[in-house]
Design a protein around this ligand. Structure first.
Ligand SMILES: Nc1ncnc2c1ncn2[C@@H]1O[C@H](COP(=O)(O)OP(=O)(O)OP(=O)(O)O)[C@@H](O)[C@H]1O
Length: 242
């Protein structure tokens, strides 16, 4: 599998804190890869640098071998990178379908009007939210807000989709449907890098896991191997369990 995303020697400093320290990994085209680690280990900071919401202090990020690190978020999105955020970012006083059409207008496809609405309805259908298209975004339940945010990310026509704890806080039924949805996005050819804490989802979806602790990469292997690595068990559970 050829690499779509390559992260090499990536670092990010916040004042005296080295939040991400010389992290390298790659994500193969079409793969679903987990980015894991205890709270505060630097996962979101890595996603923020890949999506261009934060500049790296050092290192390189490339997509299809082309350097994207240092470009801003909107230019990186034009290269085919889209994301969701831990806290959903929506336009609350617009309807659900309007939220998605805004993303289409500013995305790679620049669609407007009736064509945009039709396309947006397709994405809402894909994420199971077409029946709420004309509801105000602010009236959505938590899971539906997450579905809408995913539809907005899909509207950007991503080749690489970054999910930041998209499955967090879902009940068991919602979780199964969320896992199915991510799997179907992967099957449609979108490459996915997902920060996630829900182990059931990681085991079900991810072929490979990159695991961080205190800013440093401590494992990078097929999922079962990564999760059974003694360094990973120690990072999550403490010395006595390794
Ligand atoms: N903008 C910022 N300014 C200062 N420190 C920050 C900033 N963003 C993150 N940090 C710090 O960097 C470290 C890594 O944070 P990050 O959010 O990347 O971790 P995480 O692994 O995603 O954690 P979680 O699982 O809790 O979301 C933490 O110590 C955090 O407090």
């Amino acid at each position: 599998m050829s690499a779509l995303l390559e992260v090499s020697g990536l670092s990010r400093r916040f004042g005296g804190l080295l939040a991400v320290n010389d992290v390298s990994f790659s994500v193969g085209q079409g793969a679903i890869v987990g980015l894991l680690g205890p709270n505060g280990s630097g996962k979101t900071t890595v996603l923020n640098m890949i999506s261009g919401h934060l500049l790296p202090s050092g290192g390189d990020i490339s997509l299809h071998g082309k350097r994207i690190s240092g470009l801003g978020a909107s230019r990186i999105s034009k290269h085919g990178v889209a994301r969701t955020f831990q806290l959903v970012r929506a336009l609350p006083s617009l309807t659900v379908v309007e939220n998605v059409t805004v993303a289409l207008a500013f995305g790679r496809q620049k669609l407007w009007g009736v064509a945009a609405r039709e396309r947006a309805m397709g994405f809402l259908d894909q994420v199971g939210l077409a029946h709420r298209a004309d509801h105000l975004a602010e009236d959505l339940t938590y899971i539906d807000q997450k579905r809408m945010e995913l539809a907005r990310a899909l509207a950007a026509d991503p080749e690489l989709l970054l999910l930041d704890e998209w499955l967090a806080g879902l009940n068991p039924t919602e979780l199964q449907s969320g896992i199915g949805l991510i799997r179907s996005l992967g099957s449609s050819g979108i490459t996915i890098l997902m920060v996630e804490h829900v182990m059931e989802a990681i085991r079900a979806l991810c072929s490979q896991c990159v695991i961080m602790n205190a800013g440093v990469k401590i494992a990078d292997a097929p999922t079962a191997d990564a999760l059974s690595d003694p360094a990973v068990i120690t990072a999550y559970l403490g010395e006595q369990h390794a």
